[in-house]
Each structure stands twice: as C-alpha cells, then as structure tokens.
Design a protein around this ligand. Structure first.
Ligand SMILES: Cc1cc2nc3c(=O)[nH]c(=O)nc-3n(C[C@H](O)[C@H](O)[C@H](O)COP(=O)(O)O)c2cc1C
Length: 373
C-alpha cells in the first residue's frame, strides 16, 4: 500500500508536508490557486504589512550560477552553468492589506482543505506598531487563514524595528509573539533570521512568547559579486547596492546547521525547515533533523514561478521513500522526523583513529579542566 503523504503540523492537517515559502511564488491570488492545483500541501503568503513598500528600480532577484569546468561564479546567463544561489533585495508585498483580504477569503473558499498561512510583518518600536501586528493577524484569521507566520527575518529592512532587526533581539521576538498570540485563534509560527550568533536564543524568546512553531531559515545576508570588467556589482542601481538575502542550494548546509541547533535545543517543539530545498533528498535532511514541514522558494521560482515539477518530485520522492522503508513500519513522515537529530555532537565525542582520548583540547599541561566538556 502506498504511504500516506499527509501530516499534522501545529494541529493543522496538510495533504503533504511541502509548502511554498513566503516569496514571489505566493505573491498573488492566481499564483496561490495554481500552487494548490499542482499539489502543494500549503503556502505561506508573501509577507503582508501595513507600512508603505516601494521596491528598487530593476531586478529584485537574480540567480548566481557556477561553471562545471572552472571556478567561475556569475549571474550572467550561460550554457552548462549550475545554480549556486538566489540573491534578492525584494521587500515584503507591495500590495495593501485591503488588497489581500478579499483574495485570502476567495483562496480559502476555493481550497478549504489546503493550508493557507498568512505571513505578516509590522514594526515593534511602540504600542501602535505592536497593535499593527494584531490588526494584521485578526484580518487574516477573519478570512479563514489556517495559521500566521511572523516575519521576524527579512534581511534588508532599513527600519531598526522590523524584519531581521527584530529577529536579532530576543526580547522583541518574544514581545511580538506574545502580542500576536493575545489575539490569535489560529497557530502562530515565528520565522527567524539565520544572521545571529545563536538562533536558539531568539527561538527561546519566540517560544516563551507563545509561538507554536519556528520556521528557519530566511535568506542569509549577502552581497552580489563584482564584475571584473565593469567593476560594478552584478546587481546594482546607479552603481549602488545594499545587502540582500542569499537563498537556494548554497544555503542548504548553512540552514541545516541552524536547524540542528534548534531541534536539539527544543526536541518537543514544531519546526518548519527552509533553505536550499529543491528535491526530496534535500527535504529529507530537514525531516531527519526534526522538522515536521518544509518550505521552498528559489527552486519554485525557477520552475514556472510556482514549482509544478518541484512539488511533483517532492511528493513522488516521499512516496518512494516510504515504500522503500515500509519494512520498518514507516507509514507517514512522522515516523522518521527527528531520527538523526542526536547524531550531531561535540567534536570531542567523535572517535579518534587510535582510541587515544581527546577531551576537546582541555587536558594539556597548564590548562584547567573545564567543569564539563
Ligand atoms: C525574491 C524573494 C523574496 C522573498 N520574500 C520574502 C518575504 O516577503 N517574506 C519572507 O518571510 N521571506 C521571504 N523570502 C525568503 C524565502 O521565503 C525563503 O526563506 C528563502 O528564500 C530561503 O529558501 P530557498 O533557499 O528555498 O529560496 C524571499 C526570498 C526571495 C528569493
């Protein structure tokens, strides 16, 4: 019997554990409807806010590619090059809440059993700004959205009280989660930035504030490369650039490291894994580390804007994987979530070639023994 692809995450039933993340693939009603038609288990809308948004002139996202036969990395399109990463400096949705509200309602009417997660963002500098979070949350849940994802993670906000600037402050993360939870009747996920020293600290803040799940990662702060002929950045406006976000294959191992820190620190909590996924093989890493769902952006953007082939591969990959491991009694994704969470250990716990003791470099003459290694 083929395995069951469905799963329950933060109390919500998903047809499959694969979601489009908050980004261009989910920026419009037509995209989201198409996404559900082609089989995505859920979508997280492009982030909705109340403040004015105007994007830069020219491209908001570009793709960095690597040559197979040289070390060249460039955004210039050329045959035979493989995708390295996406780079973007796109702000949140430039559509207003009023624009979104009827569309969210219509999407839920058309697909009542597909999970629609509303990504929201407001400021956090004062009580009025904090009330904006509540206004956004109430407006989306009134349209029957199934969950909220708090954008505490966009890396290119000028305002110090928005996006990853909030996500870097454990107190603010906690306050925003708490304020939203005060009015939320649906699950609240907190999407954190990877650009901090220890993501566990901010996750603890979100969970103390009452968040039901952590989503990680958003894009990594980064710059486009400089062209050696023109001496211009490969993305710029009038010669100027600001830091943007790196996504796609290059961030898969980086996001996994963040995720393993999170799932080890909070083994009983719910996690949605994001970063560099384009195949089931990639997604499997996140499941084995302890994620109940995963989200995809860059790969979907490059596949007809909403990823019909990507979701087909993910669903087929999961079905085949369950079939291959049927002898272990695995019937759903829940049967292998977290199975490799505890395989990441301190360096000193890794076996040495000749079984000589190594205690993290602490036992050399003249050095004190630590309390615990
Ligand atoms: C062009 C672009 C726009 C994005 N916009 C948002 C956004 O509005 N809100 C958000 O939470 N994340 C946003 N993201 C981040 C993605 O949702 C995702 O976290 C990131 O791209 C990593 O996933 P990937 O490696 O599959 O691309 C955006 C990413 C890209 C490339």
């Amino acid at each position: 019997m083929p395995g069951d692809l469905s799963t329950t995450f933060t109390g919500l039933r998903f047809h499959n554990p694969f979601l489009l993340s908050s980004a261009p693939p989910t920026e419009s009603e037509s995209n989201i409807l198409r996404a559900f038609e082609v089989g995505w288990g859920g979508v997280v809308t492009k982030t909705i806010g109340l403040h004015p948004v105007v994007n830069v002139v020219g491209p908001k996202t570009k793709f960095l590619r690597a040559d197979a036969d040289s070390a060249r990395l460039s955004m210039k399109k050329r045959p035979g090059a493989a995708l390295h990463s996406s780079w973007n400096w796109e702000l949140i949705s430039d559509k207003t809440l009023d624009w979104w509200v009827p569309r969210l309602g219509r999407i839920k009417e058309a697909f009542p059993n597909h999970m629609l997660v509303a990504s929201i963002m407001a400021g956090s500098g004062n009580d009025t700004e904090l009330r904006h979070w509540q206004e956004l949350a109430i407006a989306c849940q009134d349209q029957k959205c199934d969950a909220l994802e708090l954008n505490l993670s966009c890396p290119h906000m000028d305002r110090p009280d928005m996006g990853s600037n909030v996500g870097k402050d454990k107190e603010l993360v906690s306050i925003v989660a708490k304020v939203v939870k005060e009015v939320a009747t649906i699950p609240v996920w907190a999407k954190l930035t990877p650009s901090t020293t220890d993501i566990v600290v901010e996750a603890r803040g979100a969970l103390l504030g009452g968040a039901d799940a952590i989503s990680s990662s958003n894009t990594f702060t980064s710059l486009p490369l400089i062209d050696q002929d023109t001496l211009e950045f490969e993305v710029h406006v009038d010669g100027l650039v600001s830091t943007g976000g790196l996504g796609g294959p290059a961030i898969l191992p980086l996001s996994l490291a963040k995720m393993s820190q999170l799932t080890q620190a909070f083994p009983d909590k719910s996690f949605s894994g994001i970063g560099g996924i384009s195949t089931f093989e990639h997604a499997l890493n996140y499941f084995l580390l302890g994620c109940g769902t995963v989200q995809i952006c860059t790969a979907a953007m490059l596949d007809h804007a909403i990823g019909p082939n990507v979701i087909r591969d993910l669903n087929q990959g999961l079905a085949r994987f369950l079939e291959r491991h049927a002898d272990k009694g695995w019937k759903t994704v829940d049967d292998f979530v977290g199975l490799r969470r505890d395989r990441i250990v301190a360096q000193s716990k890794i076996r040495r070639p000749d079984e000589k003791g190594y205690r993290g470099g602490y036992d050399a003459e003249g050095y004190a023994e630590p309390a615990s290694v």
